[in-house]
Design a protein around this ligand. Structure first.
Ligand code: DC
Length: 230
């Protein structure tokens, strides 16, 4: 652990399955920061939309979903886990079914405004590391440290495949790869807050990095930027 970590907000953005959340969780633990996964909120809204019949595959019934957001209670609960009302949805939001519908749902401006409100509220006290697609550009444009994570496409597909298998699912590699490509495309081409690197973000390509190397890289960055010595 570094001696004194300043009260900063760290924004971590990047394409799907680049290992952003694994990285951010590890940093949160090491720095004693709060970790918040913004994608989990988009996934929770998507799960809700699927369950209510407002979404199916890549079709979304915006006329019904948007008004329903008003009564929807999605929030971070204990251990930064995601809840819909009183129900933990941490596992059910990670299925390929949700992954296949999440990008069109996340492209709806009213959904983004809904999620942004929760993120601002949850991260308002600082000492937080948040991961997503538009944290450094839109949600916390003043974050003191911004990281943009990239990784080779095949490496990303393998990571996502392994993750699904470890959760007891039986994905097909070609479907996993197709889903990644589709989400990358939608996420970076949508009109509202598209995925892009903030100009002042540091790029981390972790295709060939171990988690430990990622942590050492970030610590070095924090030490250099904030003048802290280990
Ligand atoms: O990080 P993830 O794969 O769990 O994110 C799920 C989806 O949510 C992703 O395809 C795009 C969307 N998302 C977004 O649009 N903006 C964010 N800040 C985080 C996620």
């Amino acid at each position: 652990m570094l001696k004194t970590i300043p009260d900063i907000t760290i924004a971590v953005d990047g394409y799907s399955a680049t290992g952003k959340s694994t990285f951010a969780k590890m940093v949160a633990k090491d720095f004693g920061f709060l970790y918040l996964d913004s994608g989990a909120l988009y996934r929770a809204v998507t799960l809700f939309a699927l369950e209510q019949g407002y979404a199916d595959g890549d079709r979304v019934d915006t006329d019904r979903l948007i008004p329903a957001l008003e009564g929807l209670d999605v929030h971070f609960g204990e251990g930064s886990k995601t809840f819909i009302a009183g129900r933990s949805v941490e596992d059910s939001i990670r299925t390929l079914r949700v992954s296949s519908s999440v990008s069109p749902v996340a492209a709806i401006p009213q959904v983004r405004a809904y999620v942004d409100r929760i993120l601002h509220e949850s991260g308002r006290n600082g000492r937080v590391i948040m991961d997503g697609r538009d944290i450094g550009t839109t949600v916390f444009p003043d974050a003191e440290l911004k990281i943009f994570v990239v990784a080779d496409e095949q490496v990303r597909a393998q990571r996502r495949y392994d993750e699904l298998v470890s959760k007891g699912q039986s994905p097909k590699m070609d479907e996993v790869l197709a889903n990644l490509r589709e989400r990358d495309y939608i996420d970076s081409h949508r009109e509202t807050s598209p995925l892009r690197r903030a100009e002042d973000a540091f790029v981390m390509d972790n295709s060939d990095m171990t988690l430990h190397e990622e942590l050492v890289w970030l610590r070095g960055l924090v030490m250099g930027r904030f003048g802290i010595l280990d």
